[in-house]
Structures are given as structure tokens and as C-alpha cells.
Ligand binder design. Structure first.
Ligand code: GAL
Length: 682
């Protein structure tokens, strides 16, 4: 996959969502003047403008957008032009009420918000294509146009639609996936509870049922929902490619599992010319910079490691969390540059100017209600200057130390009902392992289970992979055979792509590579804890392993080739293996059979990292983040200090600090809350 930058954009991208239709035209001129003052070079325009662009069916009003495009062009500001297909106008729904989506319980959503779309609705598809074509014809060659921004955040606020039109489309999708009804019956295990289908017409979306609905049916429906939105994206993308060749087409993702859980981003990432992502901090989390880094690493991952672009975040508070906590001074700049460190080619915001009305009027913006005599505006201008100074690193790639396997489809499957414990939580495990890696200062590449490049990473961590195909299991085994170090956590490799348990004892897809059998799951009571004692003689001399405490989950594990490194000291599996290590081929596979929090995980991670030859960077405080980007343009080292105390970061050589212009050598001083970026000498 090649990397497509916004057309004719100089330097890194800086700007935000621009919604000028909320303001009188006089304000537009002031906007452009202020954008120039702050160093803004790109804005996302027209994302919610369908009603203004097409006030009546087939009647277009482009005058206002013509003037804006020209005004921005004259001001030297490039445009990421939206197709407004996330907000069909009121007239559309009046004519096509059945294009409003229906919930699982059978409730049809109403107009008056946004994102109310049945992705299978032919009327919606036709209307979306019409407005996209009209925009493509009108602006496809406009000199201000840098990129196409299709739709907005597919997947939220609602993706799945359970209406009759969706039922027809679901059947079509199933016929393509399974071929025959017999194959579908086998894949869904419909001999259970007498669910066998004798005719395609009998199949419905997994609507509300009296008790648990067939999990394979639900999993296929989740796949179908992601695919049906993708089909709509592809339809728009193809139109735009035809009408506007050479201009990249994107749609803004929300890859953070905290923010969107319905889109299979591994599939989607391949279809955009440039991955763009929106990320919002969970303001009340004390270490929310860790989740930010995870989102940034996922953004890079779904584009196959290419640079990507942060298309939205906030200058300060958001208005949709329980409390709109303002960012502390310097936090917005640190957030922005943390994304850049992990591959973003700039920093964009929602939104340019704070709204006076509507649902988002209490959301922060680049131009806040307080105007330009404000801390936020001053920091926005400071960030503009910083991004200009960082322009030389454009096109370089973030360097990772380890990999984490994550899979959206596995997550969807695991969280369905009637699992062995309701405390099993794929997202929680992914975030906990990520935090443990972050705390060791290991930069992470996320990979899908079938990734071909596992071997590029000395350590591959699998936090929770309930659904692993037999092929994915073989892929992980090959990685270990070839010399890699694998660390797998519990309840992984259990079912195949149809949510059917792999033949033989658990964990079917990973049994051989792990060298063990899970004889019985031992879920723990809500407040129960289990103690783990290190097995004598397994640590290298002088490296005592600590006692650990697990919760949520334990297992009766029988080793079959693996050695026991920690043993359960109490609980339902007392005396049995809790953490194991298996030499397999030229590599090593570790298994952890209970839940440890991020702090406790460190001991297991340290042991696996030692096998992988990853040296600890223990001299750095936990919340001083060091990330590297490298490429033809050179080597760049980011040091982000998330603590309030000044820190010193050892440098691998001399260089120029780009934000201050000073020379740096030996130990780099990074003020509390600050960021430094060193362009290392060749
Ligand atoms: C995003 C969305 C924006 C705005 C923002 C507020 O998810 O794309 O339009 O609503 O949230 O935080």
C-alpha cells in the first residue's frame, strides 16, 4: 500500500472541521484571517451540509460553497471536502421514512439528530450517490481541493439496522458468504435448538429474541453491518476517483476500541487512500495519554504502518462526557504531538469555531467562545508554529519494538452472551497489555492474527483472541517456530470463524504452539483473588520472580511440553500451572491463564521480553514517552513528558531539537508537561 498525502499540502496538516454554514458570511473572512494567523493549512468542510447543498430533491445550491472554496484557496488554505452523506435532509426522510434505521428491539429512529441511516436502503444509496456525484463534478478539479472526506465516522452513532430492507440485504450477503443453505446451517450450527432453515426467506436479522440468539447468526450480522457500510463508502469512493483523479479519498475512522466497536478496521484500512482517525480523550482517566497512544498505534496499523492523519481531536473539553473537563495548559499540544510521534502527519480538530447553537455548543474549539484573547487560542497558535517546525519529518515511519495482535471480529464474538464469565472483556485485556507495554517504553505495532509480518517483531503479544481461525493459529505457530517470542493470554484460540469450538481440548487453535491443554475453565467469583507463586528454578540467577495476584479467571492447565513458570498457590486450580513457557521450534511461547492488572502484568511481560532480547529502558520514568520516527528524511526522537516534573531523556546521538532550535546531545531536558523532538544527526 502506498501512502497518499493530501494533495499539494505543504508540511504537516493543521486545522479542523470547519462549519461556516453556522455563521454569517462576514465571519468567513475573519475565519480565514485567523486561520492564517494560527498557521492553519487544511480544513474539513461540508461534512454536515447536505440540507444546504440540496435544499430540495435534485436542486443544488452551490453558490455559498463556491465562494468558500475560492476564499479558502485565496487564503492558501487547502480543503478536505466532505460528502455530507451522514446527514440526509428532512425532505429525504419525509419521502423515504423507511431509510431510518431500526433497532434490534424494533424501534425506528427519528430524524432530528444525525447519522440515522439504514445502509441497505436503496433510496439512501441513490440519494448519497447523487449528492456525491454533484460535489465531485463541481469541485473535483477545484484548486483548493486536497482530499475527499467521505461521510463521517461510519459505525457511530448507529451501524446495525434490523429493518426488512436490511433483512433482504443480509440474506444476499449470507448467500455470498456461505454459498448454500446447507453450508449456512452447518456454519451456524442450526441443529442446536431446532433452528434449521429450509428457505433463505426464513432468515432474519438477529432481532430481539426471548432468550439468547444464535451467536453465529449475530456474528455474521455484525460482519454484514460493517460490510454494508463499507459498500456505501466504496460507492462514493469510486465516484470521486472517477470525477476527481489524483485526489486522495478518506473517511474518518474511530479506531480506538473505547470509541467505536462496530467497524472491522482491518478490512476498511485497506480501502482508504490515507487513514484518518478521530480521537477523544476520556477526560477523567488519569493516564488517558496511554489510550491516546494506543489509538494512534492502531491508526498506523490499519494503514499497514503508513503515515496517517489525526483528523479530529479537541483543543480542550468535549461536551458528550459526564463532565466536560478542560485540558490543562500544554496538554493539547502534548496530545497533538503524541499522535505525530506515532505516525500522524499533522493534527486537526473538531472544530474550528465554537458553535453558538445546536448539540455541540459546549464543545471546545480552536476559536473558543472566549475569542482570541484566550489560553486556547494562544496554544493553538503555538501548536501551529510547532507543526511548521516539524515539517521535515513528513513521510517518516514510527519504529516499533513489539507487536500486539488485535481483532475486531474476535472481540465481537467474545462479547456475545453466555460466555463462561461475564467478566471476560477483550477490550479491557487489550488496553491492559497495551498499558503494560507502554510502561516498559515499548512502542507497539498492532497486527491482525493472519499478519504476514509477525516475524518483523521479536515479541508478539496476544491479549485476548477468543476467535482464532485454524490458519491464524498456524500463523502464530510459524512465528514461534521461526524464532519469535509469543505471549498469549487466557481464553484465546477457543473458537473458529463461526463461533464453533475448535475440535479437541482448549485452546484448539493454539494448543500445540503453547504446549498445553486447558482441561477446565475456572472463572472466579466477583471479588475472588488467586495467588500465583513463582515456580522454583525457572528464573535466571539474580532475577527473582515476584508473587502475583490474579482475578476474574483461572484455568486447570495440563502442560504438554511447556514448563510451569508460575503456579496457582490457591483457588480452584491450586497447585496447577498459571503461567507457562514452551520452547517451540526456534522460539518461545508463553501462556498466562489468569487476569493480572497492568502493573502485575509487568513481571510476565518482563520474562517474555527477556526471551525476545528486548532490553528494559528502566532509566525513564513511566510517563515519559519516547518514540522514534525514521525514514529518508532522517531519524527523529520524540520525548513527551506526561508528568509535572522535569525529566532527562538519554539521546542515542547528537541532534537539533526542532521546537526550540537548540542543539541537543547526551541527556535531553524535557520540562514537566512538555515535548521535545530531536532531529538526530546522520
Ligand atoms: C466526533 C464527530 C464530530 C463531533 C465530535 C465531537 O465524533 O465526528 O462531528 O461531533 O465528535 O467530539
Amino acid at each position: 500500500m502506498s501512502y497518499a498525502a493530501p494533495k499539494d499540502l505543504v508540511g504537516l496538516a493543521f486545522g479542523g472541521d470547519y462549519n461556516p454554514e453556522q455563521w454569517p458570511e462576514e465571519v468567513w473572512h475573519e475565519d480565514v484571517a485567523l486561520m492564517r494567523e494560527a498557521g492553519v493549512n487544511l480544513v474539513s468542510l461540508g461534512i454536515f451540509s447536505w440540507a444546504r447543498l440540496e435544499p430540495r430533491e435534485g436542486v443544488f445550491d452551490f453558490g455559498w460553497l463556491d465562494r468558500l472554496m475560492d476564499l479558502l484557496h485565496a487564503g492558501g488554505i487547502r480543503v478536505d471536502l466532505g460528502t455530507p452523506t451522514v446527514v440526509p435532509p428532512a425532505w429525504f426522510y419525509r419521502a423515504h421514512p423507511d431509510a431510518l434505521p431500526v433497532s434490534r428491539e424494533g424501534v425506528r429512529y427519528a430524524f432530528g439528530s444525525r447519522g440515522a441511516i439504514c445502509h441497505s436502503s436503496p433510496a439512501y444509496q441513490e440519494a448519497a450517490a447523487r449528492v456525491t456525484r454533484a460535489l465531485g463534478e463541481r469541485y473535483g478539479q477545484h484548486p483548493a481541493l486536497a482530499m475527499w472526506h467521505v461521510h463521517n465516522e461510519y459505525g457511530v452513532p448507529v451501524l446495525e439496522c434490523y429493518c426488512d430492507t436490511s433483512a433482504v440485504a443480509f440474506r444476499r450477503w449470507l448467500a455470498e458468504r456461505h454459498g448454500t443453505l446447507e453450508a449456512l446451517n452447518a456454519a451456524w450450527g442450526t441443529s442446536f435448538w431446532g433452528q434449521t432453515y429450509g428457505d433463505w426467506e426464513e432468515i432474519t436479522p438477529p432481532r430481539a429474541t426471548p432468550t439468547v440468539c444464535n451467536p453465529a447468526q449475530r456474528l455474521d450480522f455484525a460482519r454484514f453491518a460493517s460490510d454494508s457500510a463499507l459498500a456505501n463508502f466504496l460507492r462514493e469512493r469510486e465516484l470521486l476517483r472517477e470525477l476527481s483523479p489524483g485526489v486522495p479519498v478518506t473517511t474518518n475512522f474511530m479506531v480506538s476500541p473505547t470509541q467505536c466497536d462496530t467497524i472491522d478496521y482491518w478490512r476498511w484500512g485497506r480501502e482508504v487512500d490515507l487513514v484518518t482517525n478521530d480521537h477523544y480523550l476520556v477526560a477523567e482517566e488519569s493516564r488517558n495519554h496511554v489510550n491516546l497512544s494506543m489509538a494512534a498505534d492502531l491508526s498506523r496499523a490499519v494503514g499497514g504502518g503508513r503515515p496517517w492523519l489525526l483528523l479530529e481531536h479537541s483543543t480542550s473539553a468535549v461536551n458528550w462526557q459526564p463532565r466536560g473537563i478542560a485540558k490543562a495548559p500544554g496538554e493539547m499540544i502534548r496530545n497533538s504531538l503524541a499522535h505525530v510521534a506515532r505516525g500522524s502527519e499533522g493534527a486537526m480538530f473538531f472544530q474550528w469555531r465554537a458553535s453558538r447553537f445546536g448539540a455541540e455548543k459546549f464543545h471546545s474549539a480552536m476559536v473558543p467562545h472566549a475569542g482570541t484573547d484566550s489560553r486556547i487560542w494562544r496554544e493553538v497558535c503555538e501548536l501551529g508554529a510547532h507543526l511548521a517546525a516539524l515539517a521535515p519529518l513528513r513521510g517518516t515511519r514510527t519504529v516499533a519494538d513489539a507487536a500486539v495482535v488485535f481483532d475486531w471480529q474476535s472481540w465481537w464474538a467474545q462479547r456475545l452472551e453466555w460466555r463462561p464469565s461475564e467478566d471476560l472483556d477483550t477490550r479491557e485485556r487489550a488496553e491492559a497489555f497495551y498499558a503494560a507495554l507502554f510502561d516498559r517504553h515499548l512502542t507497539v505495532d498492532f497486527l491482525p492474527p493472519d499478519a504476514e509480518n509477525l516475524a518483523d517483531h521479536p515479541l508478539v503479544v496476544v491479549p485476548a483472541l477468543y476467535l482464532a481461525t485454524a490458519e491464524a493459529g498456524r500463523n502464530l505457530a510459524r512465528y514461534v517456530e521461526g524464532g519469535g517470542t509469543l505471549l498469549v493470554s487466557y481464553f484465546s484460540g477457543i473458537v473458529d470463524e463461526n463461533d464453533a469450538v475448535h475440535p479437541g481440548p482448549h485452546p484448539g487453535a493454539l494448543r500445540d504452539v503453547l504446549g498445553l491443554v486447558v482441561e477446565e475453565f475456572q472463572p472466579l467469583r466477583a471479588t475472588q483473588r488467586v495467588r500465583l507463586a513463582p515456580a522454583p528454578g525457572t528464573a535466571a540467577a539474580g532475577q527473582e520472580r515476584p508473587e502475583l495476584v490474579g482475578d476474574v479467571w483461572a484455568e486447570t492447565v495440563l502442560t504438554a511440553g511447556a514448563e510451569t513458570v508460575w503456579r496457582y498457590a490457591d483457588g480452584p486450580a491450586a497447585g496447577g500451572p498459571a503461567v507457562t513457557r514452551h520452547r517451540h521450534g526456534a522460539g518461545t511461547a508463553w501462556y498466562l491463564s489468569t487476569r493480572l492488572d497492568a502493573g502485575q502484568l509487568d513481571a510476565v511481560l518482563a520474562a517474555a521480553a527477556a526471551d525476545a532480547g528486548l532490553a528494559p529502558r528502566t532509566t525513564l520514568p513511566r510517563d515519559v514517552e519516547v518514540v522514534r520516527r525514521e525514514g529518508d528524511a532522517g531519524r527523529f526522537l520524540f520525548a513527551l513528558n506526561h508528568t509535572a516534573t522535569d525529566a532527562k531523556v538519554p539521546l542515542p546521538g547528537a541532534g537539533t531539537e526542532l521546537l526550540t532550535g537548540e542543539r541537543a546531545e547526551g541527556a535531553l531536558a524535557v520540562p514537566g508537561g512538555g515535548v521535545r523532538v530531536v532531529h538526530l544527526d546522520d
